[in-house]
Write a protein of this length. Structure first.
Length: 363
């Protein structure tokens, strides 16, 4: 009953509001709806004004905070300038006073030994889309700015695709000035190549058993020579082919392979390759020299995935002996699964094999 009475009272008050306080037995529904719309609009207008007031107060707070930050930065800069002017340093080379650049820390201290030419600084800044010189900027400050940009890139790249990085470097290297410098450097390298006249035809399985020290040197020389020939052939292409999509991909592939092969060459110099891996590399090089490329590919498959019954590279599969257990031993383990570095240089050897097959086809 109380609920019914409350509903009746509410409806009577609504009718009185709609009729302006006049007592009527009935009221039109249209007048009642008009009253409801007016109340709704008034409520919306009140909420809008409250929101505008809150926004205005928030803008005032933000403006006050910005002004406070500017004042603090200006005070800090003035204090730093006063400190620099009060404690001048002396340049060790010229003996004249030198001013310390603001923001110079450990990374900037390294810049003193980070000696690159002004042309190289200009090229790197242009490649990153930054101005080559800011207003009143010295050469040292410009090097510091470039160094800071490169450090930020190194920290922000994360798990970036190596091939995309090599492709970007290939596109950057197509700049005419950079191309001219690269051609001159490569001509000098070709003239001073110490491995050009080294006879690598002695690479064989017999040499692996007799003199491994000599074998390490010959394998290093052979693959280094093929890598340089690959680079030289790419440089001799017409300019329109270099700038095409396929040309850029080929250049990036060669540059990536050269980067991936560095751990392999380092292991050869230190004579640190495993015996079974060295044996497979010797077989591959011997067959490539004889231009037996299909047999070299078979040797490469033994190097990369091995002859293991299960392609997971395990040697212990349980505590009980099983049939075929004798087939699983370390020489048949897939070395490509050992670590990421080995996988990369083994893949790069396959790319060199593909190049050698095109360059020196079977007679």
């Amino acid at each position: 009953m109380d609920l019914i009475e409350a509903t009746l009272v509410k409806k009577r008050s609504a009718i009185e509001t709609a009729t302006g306080g006049a007592k009527k037995k009935y009221i039109r529904r249209g007048d009642l709806e008009k009253q409801r719309q007016q109340e709704y609009f008034e409520e919306q207008e009140r909420e809008r004004k409250e929101k505008e007031e809150k926004e205005r107060l928030r803008e005032q707070e933000l403006a006050a905070q910005r002004q406070k930050s500017k004042d603090a930065a200006a005070a800090k800069a003035a204090a730093a300038a006063a400190e620099r002017s009060a404690t001048p340093t002396t340049d060790a080379n010229t003996g004249s006073p030198a001013t310390k650049v603001e923001g110079e820390g450990e990374d900037v201290a390294e810049t003193g030994t980070w000696n690159i030419s002004p042309e190289e600084v200009v090229r790197r800044l242009r490649a990153r889309g930054h101005p080559i010189r800011l207003f009143a900027e010295t050469d040292k400050e410009r090097k510091i700015r470039l160094r800071a940009l490169e450090l930020v890139e190194d920290r922000s790249e994360g798990q970036r695709n190596d091939f995309m990085r090599a492709l970007e470097n290939a596109e950057t290297g197509l700049h005419m000035e950079a191309l001219g410098r690269q051609e001159e450097e490569k001509k000098k390298k070709n003239k001073e190549d110490p491995t050009k006249n080294v006879d690598t035809s002695e690479i064989s399985v017999e040499l692996f058993q007799k003199d491994q020290d000599k074998l390490y040197v010959l394998i290093y020389t052979y693959f280094k020579r093929l890598l340089r020939e690959w680079e030289r052939d790419l440089d001799q292409r017409p300019d329109e082919l270099k700038r095409s999509t396929a040309g850029k991909l080929a250049t990036a592939t060669q540059a990536q392979s050269a980067e991936y092969l560095k751990p392999f060459f380092k292991s050869l110099r230190h004579k640190a390759l495993e015996q079974d891996v060295l044996m497979r590399i010797t077989e591959i090089a011997q067959l490539m020299i004889k231009r037996e490329h299909m047999a070299a590919n078979d040797a490469y498959l033994k190097l990369s995935i091995g002859n293991a019954p299960w392609p997971i590279g395990v040697t212990m599969v349980g505590i009980h002996e099983r049939s075929g257990r004798e087939k699983i031993f370390s020489a048949q383990v897939a070395h490509v699964l050992n670590d990421e570095t080995s996988r990369k240089w083994i893949q790069s050897i396959k790319r060199i094999m593909t190049f050698a097959e095109k360059k020196y086809p079977r007679l």
